[in-house]
Design a protein around this ligand. Structure first.
Ligand SMILES: Cc1cc2nc3c(=O)[nH]c(=O)nc-3n(C[C@H](O)[C@H](O)[C@H](O)COP(=O)(O)OP(=O)(O)OC[C@H]3O[C@@H](n4cnc5c(N)ncnc54)[C@H](O)[C@@H]3O)c2cc1C
Length: 387
């Protein structure tokens, strides 16, 4: 446990560890094998009072920031990465709603989230702009008391399961420029939401990622988040830091699980011909040490980024941009190393280590992708505009 955790975070971590042990870990391999959306995990997290992690205290939530998000997603992901992704996207959606919530949005969304009665998620990606999620083509038209929303969102985590979806849109007639969009809350029960065939992922198989077609969906004007013109503020102040921290925690959890799996195998496996265990072999000791060093370096970066972000340090941005890229690379590298160190036990179809490697690979394609994040980190450090 990090000695600098607040008493509140220590208590939240103990609560989530209990949920993981009794509810999330026991069903983790079924989630992967059956591409099962982890309803059991979301229910248990809700019953433990954890869904309002990012809801302000005034609305009944825990009022936590980036550090808590990274710590909680890491813990969940160590047992079940899909559950961490689903919980993480709920937390990111919550943070976006909370950033400039009106009294109506506080009452209808944040208080329900804090009470564990409402699941939300983020729907930004579109096939037309791919990894460049900040250039949506989904359009809104003003229509009396309503906005009419038309477009198709791709890869919506918690797709078809959430009570609301936080969407990015552009006003009809505007030419969309980078970062130029509005955020809206669309209720899961709204008429005109058409869920497309489920996406059958290589990894993160339980996240219920689906495409969502919005065909003239009417959304009350009260569901607009912030003011028109707030878009860039939302992208860089809320969406990016919360998303990057949720994902950095998720991939850190996979990296820790890979290290643990390798350590267990190195201790347990011994040869009959020599009586030697794998852990007595120098090459493997060295490789295991390299895994541990990479993990601890990544965790230090993630926690440093989270703390700087929570304090509002003016130089937090490059740390925050770098941490998901680094956590993704560390997770892939450690899962790959664990696959080697664990030998034939790991290199069988659907082994636990194989699942780690498949889940870790999602990091490089989930936007902002590793390449985009390194590009932005470099630009930020060199005093250039990110986009
Ligand atoms: C498991 C999973 C869950 C997801 N959940 C969500 C979600 O909840 N909500 C949501 O909105 N989206 C979600 N996404 C979508 C994700 O964030 C990306 O938008 C999507 O994966 C991009 O896929 P694509 O094939 O269109 O990528 P493409 O845009 O085709 O990119 C392909 C590759 O090219 C690279 N590339 C493109 N342009 C550049 C450039 N200028 N410089 C360097 N490299 C570049 C990208 O980095 C990427 O590696 C999810 C994706 C996955 C895999």
């Amino acid at each position: 446990m990090d000695l600098d955790f607040s008493p509140k975070l220590v208590a939240l971590k103990a609560t989530v560890d209990n949920v993981i042990e009794h509810h999330i870990a026991p069903l983790a391999s079924r989630v992967d094998q059956e591409a099962l959306w982890p309803a059991h995990s979301m229910k248990a997290l809700a019953e433990a009072g954890l869904m309002g992690l990012q809801v302000p205290v005034a609305q009944g939530g825990h009022g936590q920031g980036l550090l808590a998000l990274a710590v909680m997603t890491e813990a969940i992901s160590k047992a079940c990465p899909s559950s961490a992704l689903c919980f993480g996207m709920h937390c990111v959606g919550t943070a976006v709603i909370a950033a400039k919530a009106t009294p109506y949005q506080q009452e209808h969304y944040l208080q329900a989230i804090a009470a564990g009665k409402h699941l939300t998620t983020l729907a930004l990606s579109e096939s037309g702009s791919g990894a460049h999620f900040y250039v949506p083509a989904t359009r809104i038209d003003m229509n009396g008391q309503f906005f009419t929303v038309t477009g198709v969102k791709q890869f919506v985590t918690n797709g078809g399961q959430a009570d609301s979806y936080v969407l990015s849109t552009v006003a009809s007639g505007e030419e969309s420029e980078s970062g130029d969009f509005n955020c809206l809350i669309v209720d899961g029960q709204a008429e005109g939401l058409q869920w497309q065939a489920p996406w059958n992922g290589f990894g993160m198989r339980g996240n219920s990622s689906c495409a969502l077609k919005l065909d003239g969906v009417q959304v009350p004007m009260s569901n607009l988040l912030g003011e028109p013109g707030d878009q860039v503020w939302y992208v860089f102040e809320v969406v990016a830091p919360f998303f990057l921290m949720a994902m950095a925690g998720t991939y850190l959890g996979i990296a820790q699980a890979a290290l643990d799996a390798a350590g267990e195998q190195l201790r347990a496996r011994h040869y009959e011909h020599s009586g030697e265990t794998l852990r007595e072999i120098e090459t493997l000791q060295t490789r295991y040490a390299s895994m541990w060093i990479a993990l601890e370096k990544t965790r230090s970066l993630v926690r440093e980024a989270a703390r700087r972000g929570d304090r509002g340090d003016p130089d937090a941005l490059p740390f925050i941009l770098a941490c998901k890229a680094d956590a993704g690379e560390t997770a892939v590298m450690l899962a790959n190393e664990a696959m080697t160190l664990c030998g034939g036990a790991a290199y069988r179809e659907n082994s636990r280590v194989a699942q780690m490697l498949r889940d870790a690979r999602a990091s490089h394609v989930m936007s902002p992708t590793t390449d985009l994040l390194k590009l932005w980190t470099g630009r930020c450090l060199l005093g250039l505009p990110l986009l």
